[in-house]
Design a protein around this ligand. Structure first.
Ligand code: UT7
Length: 360
């Protein structure tokens, strides 16, 4: 747990969702999935999700979300890029350097961070630490995921709950306690649960080069029930830790945003904490579970409705594969979110997705 000096703030919020939207009925109508709109809504709160089309990647969404965050902060540059993702463009190299290059940021440090669905919370800790350590002034933290690429389309436990998207924040120095500043962070992990959320093949343990592997090894797998129980317990306990660290009570929280994994999990955590329903925010119905991207996407959707006053005590909490989890206490940012999602009504409109070129 760490209590930063509260002088690093979120200054810009950007998002990008791929234009293809799939309703629950459309997912249910796909062959081989024995599911219904009613089941998905009642068990998860999800109504629709965005999926990339075949020409788009995690890096493409990240470039647009990163550009949007810069615009939101009225900034032209960043001096570091951290990309939180568990669905990188390639296993090697990291995706962040190419994203930084395509954003025209020059020779800035750029690296991927994989804490699965806790990636944004972990990323806020790393980004604010870099600022506090004086290693950079204005890091760009992007969380971008394309889970539609890794879930098994025939696995109804995962195919219905994940979506694609990217959210980004630009951070920078600020006066202590001002809007956007990070007041406290709790990060934790438990690797004994690494099998609960996994893609078994494709790494050094089971490379699977050229071998036609079983679906259970090739695709993302999640033991939903166990994960559900652990998510509720750890997000609740971690939230209490960070609140106590910064001296806030659950009563004082004016914005609660948890990892958008399942509405029932979010309700259980918020109920246990005693957060007033009026102060719970999210967009799982619209975007489903977008892994690391889910918290910045939910923050942007909340900010676009001006639903929270700048400076308001805010609690973020996340849980994901690893297992990893963590929470952040911050003051709600004073940033108007920018969305660079291309219009779904303009087929082939990829104007905000700049192709990877050498000269950008
Ligand atoms: O993002 C990282 C962290 N991830 C999470 O936090 C996700 C945690 N887990 C979950 O959100 C939930 O466990 C799921 C949404 C994955 C599953 O919901 P559940 O309420 O835990 O369902 P269940 O596993 O208890 O299954 C209940 C029933 C089963 O049928 P029987 O055995 O009762 O006949 C399942 O086979 O629901 C069935 N089922 C489905 N039915 C229709 C499971 N998935 C589906 C489906 N459509 N998509």
């Amino acid at each position: 747990m760490t209590k930063p000096d509260a002088t690093t703030a979120i200054r810009g919020l950007g998002t990008c969702l791929p234009p293809q939207v799939l309703t629950n009925d459309e997912v249910a109508q796909r062959g081989g999935l024995d599911t219904t709109d009613a089941w998905i809504r009642s068990r998860t709160g999800i109504v629709r999700r965005h999926h990339v089309t075949k020409e788009l990647s995690t890096g493409d969404l990240a470039v647009s979300a990163g550009r949007a965050a810069l615009q939101s902060a009225h900034a032209t540059t960043a001096d570091c890029v951290i990309l939180a993702t568990s669905t990188p463009d390639r296993r090697c190299p990291a995706t962040a350097p190419e994203v930084a290059h395509r954003l025209g940021l020059g020779a800035v440090p750029a690296f991927d961070l994989n804490a699965v669905c806790s990636g944004f919370v972990y990323g806020l800790a790393v980004a604010s630490s870099l600022v506090t350590a004086g290693l950079c002034r204005q890091p760009l933290l992007i969380a971008s995921e394309t889970y539609s690429r890794i879930v098994d389309p025939l696995d109804r436990e995962t195919a219905v709950i994940f979506g694609d998207g990217a959210g980004a924040v630009l951070l920078g120095p600020a006066s202590a306690g001002s809007p956007g500043t990070i007041a406290g962070i709790d990060l934790e992990s438990d690797g004994s649960g690494s099998e609960l959320i996994t893609i078994a093949a494709g790494g050094s343990r089971l490379p699977g080069h050229g071998v036609l592997l079983d679906r259970d090894l090739r695709y993302f797998r999640m033991q939903g029930k166990d994960v559900y129980r652990q998510a509720v317990r750890h997000m609740h306990e971690s939230s209490l830790k960070v609140l106590s660290l910064v001296g806030w009570t659950a009563d004082s929280v004016e914005a609660f945003i948890g990892h958008q994994a399942n509405q029932r999990i979010l309700d259980a955590v918020a109920d246990r904490l005693g957060i007033d329903p009026h102060y719970r925010f999210g967009n799982i119905h619209d975007v489903a579970n977008t892994a690391a991207a889910s918290i910045p996407l939910a923050m942007a959707s909340t900010a676009s409705q001006a639903a929270v006053r700048p400076g308001a005590p805010t609690l973020l909490t996340a849980f994901g594969g690893g297992l990893t989890w963590g929470s952040v206490a911050l003051h709600w940012p004073d940033a108007r979110p920018v969305d660079l999602t291309p219009s779904a009504t303009a087929p082939g409109n990829t104007s905000t997705f700049s192709p990877p070129t050498q000269e950008s």
